[in-house]
Ligand binder design. Structure first.
Ligand code: GLA
Length: 476
């Protein structure tokens, strides 16, 4: 379902449950990691992208003044009640531990949304390794920021969500999932240096190339305990090597220290060290549209996760084998498991024109090999967390120091209707923005974008935040 349609749907569902329309609607995406698996907690590189599957939250202030956030889930899961007047701790229903942890984080920073009625509708498959939990955390964070008008720096926001997952869901995850859900950009992968937390956008806008996701539709229970074990094994390898983390070791260092560690610890480290290198090469390959190289790196990543890191499973291996048999001739450059492992999804780099044929063959062969029906879809890099409806109902007239972005109707009536006001020149409008947005200050791309919108839609004025938001979400 397209995000616009989803927003309409969630608005109607909110009305059915709460008897009025929502005042705020936000969304945060799930992700697929193209390469760089189990490297984030080793200070390495990851290369994920946001997918067009979202956790959407619609909300309004409570009408009875209670200091409680009431969460309904459109899928019919047990509703949750989070009392803001008492200390927030993990509880039941369990799915609400993600929002609980995020709300606790914002309250600790003095950001309090007050009592709310909320409806969740998520299209990120649960337990599919596509970060449905990060999508829920980041959408909660985005909602709180929308309601209160107080925004954290994006890095702090992602870290707060990661902490919620550690402390409230008991999963010692790395930073990848929350970062991409906050910072994803349409038509771009995000190369994230998990040590410096610096990001680089890697364009992926060739319509002939897509990412094909296959959900194995299995989830082996081992996942969480094995994840924690892998982290511990990596830490012990780093300790033996005398480095702060495996990011600091080379393949030669590891080979030289082989006799000092168990075979298992050696293989875990070999995966991480080689995967960090593959990720950097894959980013270079993508920039150069060198699909064959990227595909080979994806297959190599899968082999390393299967044999050295031992986080794959029979079903994921079956999908990768089928992909290899389809091959480049059949439209697949490469394929690998994605996410934590032990079930969930694979990601393949494909020729978009070949997707119908690939889907048919994959469905038949996977069923024949495993007896299970796979689900699959093709996706392109989508935008990160986004505000879809906000409390401000009126656009402001153009005045120095005022902003005039009409958020109320976003994504309901299309881009043109969202902007009001008389058309100033670009330079004039920029000069009115608090903080001094100016053509020379916003860079070539942004300037071009601003010009396009100011001229086409006769935009009244713009704020840097809205400008950034629009750039992320509205241009297509
Ligand atoms: C899970 C975690 C991430 C990352 C991946 C493996 O998705 O949440 O932080 O460690 O596994 O790459």
């Amino acid at each position: 379902m397209k995000l616009n349609d989803l927003v309409d749907r969630v608005g109607q569902e909110f009305e059915q449950i709460y008897g009025r329309s929502p005042r705020w609607i936000v969304a945060a995406p799930g992700r697929v990691n193209v390469i760089g698996e189990h490297t984030d907690y080793n200070d390495g590189f990851v290369l994920p992208m946001a997918i067009d599957r979202y956790a959407v939250l619609a909300a309004d202030s409570r009408t009875d003044g209670k200091n409680v956030i009431r969460f309904h889930d459109a899928s019919g899961a047990e509703p949750a009640f989070i009392n803001l007047s008492a200390p927030i701790t993990p509880g039941t229903p369990k799915w609400a531990n993600y929002p609980r942890g995020v709300i606790a984080g914002y309250l600790a920073r003095g950001i309090n949304p007050g009592g709310l009625d909320v409806l969740l509708h998520s299209t990120v498959p649960l337990g599919g390794g596509l970060s449905s939990s990060a999508a829920l955390e980041v959408s909660t964070a985005t909602l709180l920021e929308n309601v209160t008008g107080k925004k954290l720096d994006p890095v702090e926001k992602a870290l707060l969500c990661q902490k919620a997952e550690h402390d409230f869901a008991g999963v010692p995850c790395g930073i990848m999932d929350q970062f991409i859900s906050v910072m994803g950009q349409e038509n771009h992968l995000l190369l994230l240096d998990c040590r410096s937390r610096k990001t680089q956008l890697v364009p992926m806008d060739d319509p002939a190339i897509g990412l094909f996701i296959v959900n194995s539709n299995v989830r082996h229970e081992l996942g969480n305990s094995e994840y924690a074990k892998r982290r511990a094994q990596c830490e012990s390898a780093a300790k033996i090597l005398g480095v702060p983390s495996l990011r600091d070791a080379t393949a030669v260092d590891l080979e030289n220290a082989r006799s000092k560690m168990s075979d298992v610890v050696f293989r875990r480290a070999r995966h991480v060290i080689s995967e960090i290198e593959r990720t950097i090469h894959a980013a270079e390959g993508l920039r150069a549209s060198n699909w064959t190289t990227v595909g080979q790196l994806m297959y190599a990543s899968h082999r390393s996760l299967r044999d050295d890191y031992e986080v794959s499973c029979r079903e994921l291996d079956a999908i990768v084998e089928i992909s290899e048999s389809i091959g480049i001739k059949g439209g697949i450059y490469g394929c690998r498991m994605t996410g934590g492992g032990f079930g969930g999804c694979t990601v393949a780099l494909v020729k978009t024109e070949a997707v119908p044929g690939i889907s048919k063959k994959m469905a038949e062969d996977y069923k024949a090999k495993t007896g299970i029906d796979a689900s699959m879809f093709v996706t392109r890099p989508a935008s990160g967390a986004v505000i879809l409806k906000s409390r401000r109902a009126q656009s402001q007239p153009l005045q120095p120091g005022r902003t005039g972005w009409d958020e109320e109707e976003q994504l309901r009536s299309g881009p043109v209707a969202r902007f009001r006001g008389r058309g100033p020149s670009i330079a004039e409008a920029c000069s009115h923005v608090p903080g001094g947005l100016h053509p020379r200050m916003i860079g070539q791309d942004n300037f071009a974008f601003a010009g396009h919108f100011f001229q086409r839609h006769r935009l009244g004025s713009v704020s840097p935040r809205r400008h950034h938001h629009a750039k992320n979400t509205l241009v297509n």
